[in-house]
Design a protein around this ligand. Structure first.
Ligand SMILES: Cc1ncc(COP(=O)(O)O)c(C=O)c1O
Length: 342
């Protein structure tokens, strides 16, 4: 095509795809409210932003600045705690891990742990949500678009309540070994926002008809799933979880390790430990499970097309799941924080 006529076509197309320029923020807000008003159930009842300096209940305003270093450089960390029957489960442990992740990312929190906790509790109370998840982020903060965060004067803290249904998992799932390279320990052991490998690993599993995947490290030891830990029960009734030195130290997995000795006391398990587990040994286990905040224990019945044990949901896996679920709904208040709803 002649250059001049190409330009004419481009200009004609530009007319067709003319971009609207909002004349005022109230015009934009009206449009956003139209969108949110058409939604049957609001998924996000409340958000906190240190940039705003408070809690917002209007979903149209639940936004973060585009010049935030977390948005354009991935310089941020996050964590989650679940809200169940009006209690926050294991908030303290999640906050400890959150601050460890922040310090590895060289992000100084704008608030001490006690203030972060107070904000999260007030946010949950303001949301009136009794069942869902509480997600929160620490970021190097807004400033400019450069690689160094030196132009971002203050770090930022954001949090959101997500109203969502979840229940104790009882059905077994199939998994595959991930071909997506695993994160190196520095990044895998902290919960930073760079979850592209995790997303691709989950997508790979879904494309192959599996629920999720399993990472195996370069030495051939089982690591973790894309957003879950993994555990095994051997034919000798030992519960084994991989060491946490190259993977995320899961709050649910750590709590499971504290609770599981009850099954040793009543003779159902022989022992409970963390150890290196080769893929070969893992695939030959009697039972296998994913472990994570909203599951809390999900039975795995097949790995790379091969049955785990007898290919059915394991009794010990379900006994471990019951232990954690009980702890979530009726455990000691040292692990469950009652939300002061108004
Ligand atoms: C990579 C990864 N491993 C394990 C877990 C499980 O951790 P938790 O039990 O704290 O949810 C998560 C979820 O946070 C994760 O993202």
């Amino acid at each position: 095509m002649h250059l001049l006529s190409q330009r004419v076509v481009e200009i004609e197309n530009m007319e067709e795809s003319k971009v609207h320029v909002f004349k005022s923020s109230s015009e934009l807000l009206e449009k956003l409210h139209e969108k949110w008003n058409s939604v049957e159930r609001l998924p996000y009842p409340a958000m906190y932003s240190s940039v705003y300096g408070g809690i917002v209940l209007d979903p149209a305003m639940m936004v973060i600045p585009i010049d935030d270093h977390m948005v354009h450089r991935g310089h941020g960390v996050f964590d989650t705690a679940i809200i169940l029957d009006g209690y926050l489960y294991e908030l303290d442990g999640h906050l400890d891990r959150f601050l460890i992740s922040a310090s590895r990312a060289k992000i100084t929190s704008p608030f001490p742990k006690s203030t972060l906790s107070a904000i999260l509790i007030q946010l949950t109370a303001a949301s009136n949500c009794k069942k869902g998840t509480l997600r929160y982020w620490l970021s190097a903060g807004p400033g400019d678009f450069l690689l160094s965060p030196s132009g971002c004067p203050t770090s930022a803290f954001y949090a959101i309540v997500i109203d969502e249904e979840f229940s104790q998992c009882k059905e077994g799932v199939k998994v595959i070994t991930s071909t997506i390279p695993m994160k190196v320990p520095l990044f895998a052991t902290s919960k930073n926002v760079n979850y592209l490998p995790n997303v691709l690993s989950k997508l790979e599993a879904e494309e192959k008809g599996a629920f999720a995947s399993i990472w195996v490290d370069e030495e051939g030891y089982v690591a973790e799933g894309p957003n879950v830990n993994v555990g095994f029960v051997t034919h000798e009734n030992e519960l084994i979880l991989p060491f946490f030195d190259k993977i995320l130290s899961g709050c649910t997995a750590k709590r499971l390790l504290e609770l599981a000795p009850k099954l040793v006391e009543n003779g159902r398990l022989k022992s409970v430990k963390t150890a290196n587990i080769t893929v070969e040994k893992a695939k030959g286990a009697a039972e296998m499970m994913y472990i994570g905040s909203t599951l809390p224990v999900l039975p795995i019945i097949e790995w790379d097309g091969k049955a785990i044990g007898d290919g059915k949901v394991g009794d010990l896996t379900m006994a471990l799941s019951d232990l954690v679920w009980e702890d979530m709904v009726a455990g000691p208040e040292t692990h469950r924080l009652k939300v002061p709803y108004v």
